[in-house]
Design a protein around this ligand. Structure first.
Ligand code: MF3
Ligand code: CO
Ligand code: CO
Length: 256
């Protein structure tokens, strides 16, 4: 029963710092700033609160967080790119505290974004939350994927296949893979104590992605918009706990 209590306590601390970092960034992400500036703010905040940024030097990644703009699906590298009116950006923060990882991302809208983009953002967020709400021991991984895929495809959007959620605890990425598509009643059964992410990447167009030459940036092959949200979660005796919830109630844009 309590063999995962200490692990959950540490996941809570790491998750909270990652979420707090996004909360802090919310007031700072606006037209005219660069994605490098977001990286600098995130790096300093995590360092000053007793943590480390997991992406920095991870498999050769050179920045402290990921900034994925518009048609970038994931793993966008912070740069001198300036945010402008109409942009949508995903910021993905992973903090390590006391050897445990908290991994979370949210979207930010810059100025006036299109109705289609707003709809994609709402749909992606809701797909993640729908999948989270069914979590409890005994359901299967395929149920998670089914929940996301059925909701998203009904709206005419598509689920990225080439990237998935992942187990996470004292390592950044560990088994099992959490696919964001699938069929009910298939795959591994969830049990208390499991900790993993759900992080659907949803495209306005088709699901295929293409890698850029930097070896990290994944973009939609058809250049359509792509949106993502991510939470780190744990399975409890009769449900779940979200480790990366915002203490400020920030879930999706607009952040008022
Ligand atoms: N945070 C990403 C995830 O959700 C992984 C980023 S790895 C990096 O799994 F090296 F690109 F930062
Ligand atoms: Co992740
Ligand atoms: Co992440």
């Amino acid at each position: 029963m309590s063999d995962y209590k200490e692990k959950f306590e540490k996941m809570r601390v790491a998750g909270k710092l990652a979420a707090q970092t996004l909360d802090m960034l919310t007031a700072n992400i606006k037209e005219g700033i660069s994605t490098d500036y977001i990286d600098k703010l995130g790096y300093e905040f995590i360092r000053d609160h007793g943590g480390y940024s997991a992406p920095l030097y991870y498999r050769g990644f050179t920045k402290s967080l990921c900034t994925s703009l518009n048609h970038v699906v994931c793993h966008g590298i912070p740069s001198d790119r300036i945010l402008r009116d109409g942009d949508a950006i995903n910021v993905d923060v992973t903090a390590i505290v006391d050897e445990h990882y908290g991994d979370t991302s949210r979207m930010f809208s810059i100025g006036n974004t299109s109705v289609k983009l707003n709809n994609l953002i709402d749909t992606t967020y809701e797909s993640m939350m729908r999948a989270i709400k069914i979590l409890k021991p005994g359901i299967r991984l395929g149920d998670i994927g089914y929940e996301i895929q059925s909701f998203v495809e009904e709206k005419g959007f598509s689920v990225v296949r080439d990237f998935c959620g992942h187990g996470i605890s004292t390592t950044f990425h560990e088994p099992p893979n959490i696919l964001h598509y699938g069929s009910k009643n298939s795959g591994m059964e969830l049990r208390p104590g499991m900790t993993f992410t759900i992080e659907p990447m949803i495209n306005a167009g088709k699901f295929p992605v293409k890698m850029l030459n930097d070896g990290w940036t994944a973009v939609t092959k058809d250049k359509s918009l792509s949106v993502q949200f991510e939470h780190t979660l744990g399975i409890t005796e009769n449900g779940y706990e979200i480790f990366t919830e915002s203490a400020k109630g920030f879930s999706k844009p607009p952040y008022l």
